[in-house]
Design a protein around this ligand. Structure first.
Ligand SMILES: O=c1ccn([C@@H]2O[C@H](COP(=O)(O)O)[C@@H](O)[C@H]2O)c(=O)[nH]1
Length: 236
């Protein structure tokens, strides 16, 4: 029997569409979702979505992190809604009116509000003049975004349990900043292992370089998916 795809969005942060499509084909037997970010979308535009969607049936997560005045964000969300991404990111810090504008412009897409980027630590927040520590800022932005209609949130696995307590069970929690035990954190500041992210209540784990940087991305995705199945089995 084939195992169900794991709740992982593989970040296809590739320099070209051929590489991204190859990674997508390698990982989609094992994961539910592939994520297109700014690098690919700015280079190739809407064509990239069909290029990575392939025939594998994975959901596409469009990580454009929209952040502008409400009318501009509404227009941008409308512009990509026809691509039918399962998720589209906006920055929660754009404010409730901006988040609501995206929600209304793309009703069939899960508008996903990024709280505090996982590359930022408490010292960064202080320098930026944002009231921290990070878990407080994340919870504040999460509550505002959900009030404005966001159905999904991006936070680090370190805040997932607190955010879940704040927003309840109906909101999808998406966590980048995931690193298998012993893997380099690279530019991520607030990290946890895949198993810890799932145990903390994350619904979808965003994982890029630990999978795409492996010699065999398909095998790396399969190994993490198997580890997550172990967590689910222990929990039930
Ligand atoms: O707060 C955020 C929001 C988005 N991301 C994106 O997730 C992936 C993470 O990739 P790794 O290689 O696993 O670090 C990347 O596409 C980011 O743009 C994030 O990291 N943090």
């Amino acid at each position: 029997m084939t195992a169900a795809p794991a709740p992982i969005a593989v970040a296809l942060d590739a320099p070209d569409l051929e590489t991204a499509a190859r990674w997508a084909a390698q990982v989609t037997p094992h994961v539910s979702t592939v994520k297109v970010g700014l690098e690919l979308y700015l280079r190739y535009g809407p064509d990239v979505v069909a290029g990575v969607r392939g025939s594998g049936g994975a959901q596409v997560f469009l990580d454009l992190k929209l952040h502008d005045i409400p009318a501009t964000v509404a227009g941008a969300a409308r512009a990509v809604a026809d691509l039918r991404p399962a998720y589209l990111t906006v920055h929660a810090a754009g404010g409730p009116a901006m988040v609501r504008a995206a929600v209304e412009a793309a009703p069939d897409t899960r508008i996903t509000a990024v709280t505090v980027l996982t590359s930022l630590g408490d010292a960064d927040l202080a320098r930026l003049g944002l009231a921290g520590p990070a878990p407080d800022a994340v919870r504040r932005l999460a509550a505002l975004a959900v009030e404005a209609g966001a159905r999904a949130l991006v936070c680090s696995p370190q805040e997932a349990a607190a955010v879940r307590a704040e927003v309840g069970p109906a909101v999808t929690l998406v966590t980048p900043g995931v690193r298998p035990s012993g893997a380099a954190t690279q530019d991520q500041a607030r990290v946890a292992t895949p198993e810890a992210a799932l145990e903390a209540g994350a619904d979808l784990l965003v994982i890029g370089r630990p999978i795409t940087g492996a010699a065999d991305p398909g095998a790396a995705a399969a190994a993490i998916a198997a580890a997550l199945r172990g967590v689910s089995a222990n929990a039930s």
